[in-house]
Design a protein around this ligand. Structure first.
Ligand code: 5GP
Ligand code: ZN
Length: 122
């Protein structure tokens, strides 16, 4: 597998960032430019450019990634939400390190403080 680009933004965030949730091999962060009241990004530590290459994940890791997407949403207090992956520039992908958007209108718990508490308990 080719090595990740040295200047990959999300490889840097995985290394040095502040997470709202974390599990082995995956982190979740708050989107810097939220498009919904709750907008989180689930990022695998493994650098894969786009969802087109999702087969690069071993099956168990791919399953854990999907479970972590669901756990991140429920940990943020969301019951109803959208999961989005933009694949390629014309579909809106701007960061070429696979990531999952989790977008929700309202956390079950009220306010950002409650959200932080909820996700830190993941
Ligand atoms: P894409 O457009 O590739 O599907 O999603 C990239 C997302 O990353 C965008 O929603 C954008 O707001 C977010 N983003 C870009 N740079 C940063 C950053 O430095 N920190 C965080 N937390 N999010 C970022
Ligand atoms: Zn990367």
């Amino acid at each position: 597998m080719p090595s990740p680009p040295e200047d990959c933004l999300f490889c840097g965030i995985v290394r040095d960032g502040t997470y709202v949730a974390q599990t082995k091999g995956f982190v979740a962060i708050a989107d810097i430019n939220p498009q919904a009241p709750v907008h989180l990004l689930v990022i695998p530590e493994r650098h894969v450019d786009t969802f087109r290459d999702v087969g690069a994940f071993p099956a168990r890791e791919a399953k854990r990634m999907l479970e972590f997407v669901a756990d991140t949403a429920s940990g943020a207090g969301l019951t109803d939400y959208r999961v989005q992956v933009n694949v390629g520039p014309t579909a809106g992908q701007t960061v070429f390190h696979l990531h999952w958007h989790v977008l929700g209108e309202a956390a079950r718990a009220h306010g950002a403080e409650a959200l932080t508490t909820a996700v830190s308990e993941l």
